[in-house]
Ligand binder design. Sequence first.
Ligand code: ADE
Length: 417
Amino acid sequence: MNYFVKDLSLSEEGKRKIEWAGRRMPVLTLIKERFEKEKPLQGLRIGCCLHVTSETANLVITLKEGGADCYLCASNPLSTQDDVSASLVNDYSIPVFAVKGESKEEYYKGIEEILNAKPQITMDDGADLISTLHSSRKELLPQIIGGTEETTTGVIRLKSLSRQGKLFYPVIAVNDAYTKHLFDNRYGTGQSTIDGILRATNVLLAGKKVVVCGYGWCGRGVAMRAKGMGAIVIVVESNPLRALEAAMDGFWVTNLEEASPIGDIFITLTGDIHVLRDIHFKRMKDGVMLANSGHFNVEIDIEALEKMSVSRRKVREMVEEFLLPEGKKIYLLGEGRLINLSAAEGHPPEVMDMSFANQALSAEYLWKNRGLKVGVHPVPQEIDEKVAELKLASLGLKREVLTSEQEEYLASWELGT
Ligand code: ADE
């Protein structure tokens, strides 16, 4: 079997981590048990470009139990858990191409390896697999029946591809399912981003001024959790509705010009480029920390920071110090790559359970419904609702069932005042 991992001898540790996460993923476990019996993915090859974590391991094991041949590469050069990739190869015979800290060349080599396996379904987190297919590996496009996309940034890229009329096959936007973004993006990113910053720096959040750039579902989660730990949270947002929402959620809302000289910790979660740049670095205080939790490492203009600095050195495992000519120091965390996966372990399994249940069921849906029209599709509502039902049941929670009188009332217009 062809693979690229750091060290196969890490597999025992990796297997324990995979099992630990699996115990906290009851919905995916139920799907795995059904897949074992029914083998609904028999004969299917799936190419996955995802963060290689213990939660992702449980997803690819589920797909394999369903009868699929799965191939996995990293969706970020710094998010791979090397023990997990070792175990997937050693204990589960799943080809993995991912090493934490790999070069850009190695990262794209991993994507090429997945494509060389001629997948019929692509599973992306950030759309790098799909964009490679649509640019340098077009010859493989006709054999693909569909794809899925895990994250907001990936869905934005796909919609752009589709708008330009260049998207070649149907893709399900898993990110947009309620049981994905309301939980994974909000509570997952909220907790894991704070986790990453604390693991990288070991600083006290209470009393710090934390500037959260972006008030989408991820930003909402981070702002909420930073506030919960006693930080004074400042929200920077370009969309007027979201900025207003942040204000009414109780946050201090302003622009970056004003926030730059105030903040102690800056966190970007916008999906956009150069959110923090030279004009802001110039105004920042000595000792500020910069972290990104958006998908790509473009939100902090690291090149500009480097250009302004007289030196740069590593001061902790995930912290680099930039020394500016006037003696001011700015600290960059996790190379500006998503801090929750570079310095911590990503979202906890309890939320990835729902995200990856949507992925597994969407792959099954694509395989069963071959010939869907080309475009970006929502996760079918029955899948979203099924995932929520199963999650509620796994938590031992009951929901209210409406009487037929109540159902009829909601569907009627006749009764008024
Ligand atoms: N994205 C964010 N957290 C993740 C995790 N734990 N596993 C896979 N993808 C993720």
